[in-house]
Design a binder for this molecule. Sequence first.
Ligand code: 6PG
Length: 253
Amino acid sequence: MKPEIRIFKDLEKLSKDAADLFIELAANAIAQRGRFLVALNGGSTPVRLFQLLANEYKDKVEWSNVHVFWGDERCVPPDDPGSSYGQARDLLLSHVPLPDSNIHRVKGDLGPAEASKEYSLTLKEFASPPFEFPRFDLVYLGMGEDGHTASLFPGSPVEMTEPTVPVTAHYQDRPANRVSLTPIVFNQARVVAFMATGEKKAVTLAEVLSDRYNPELYPAQRISPQNGQLLWLVDEESASKLPNHVVVKFCEG
Ligand code: 6PG
């Protein structure tokens, strides 16, 4: 699956495009299937997206038919500053008319093993046969400076057969115990949108988007929707080392 790589001047323009994507795909999914299944990511990059969806874009979504999941979570209580659920709740979910029953958080506070098992049961409730997990309409993913995505870190098994995995990995000063959805889930999504910004990610992004396939070292390369669209929304800084032969689209945004 050749990704569509969109380059934006800055995070603001990138986030607006990511919000437009949410609006468009939500409307389509709700019109066609009555509901929109979206998986959010954690970290700093989606913050502006969440703020836009909670404000400027708030009235453009039929929130009662939106179901929110997470691609991964840190195993901390929901009020902990390290909680991805907590971040999304404070920036977005508590500001829009989304029914609580439509918010499907990873119960990180249970600890990685139990939370992972519990979340695989939550995913089963939205199963899209023949799979025991949903076919997400939209998955937002980030990429770490080390090439990890969700909580799939370098050196972790490339082939994963379960929809969720417990993870312990050290990255910056972030909680190490985590739960992650796995590529078997991400690669059934209709649209996967990576968001990456900043010069510090430029070398890794150039490798991830190169023809050199090294999924053990660069887990972001494990994400390739089988029957869906793969988007990379990046800023000029993170794209600064992309080789010329990589096809990109410069977006005014
Ligand atoms: C997490 C994320 C993780 C994140 C990357 C990038 O919960 O930590 O899901 O995969 O997307 O670490 O994080 P930044 O956006 O902060 O660079």
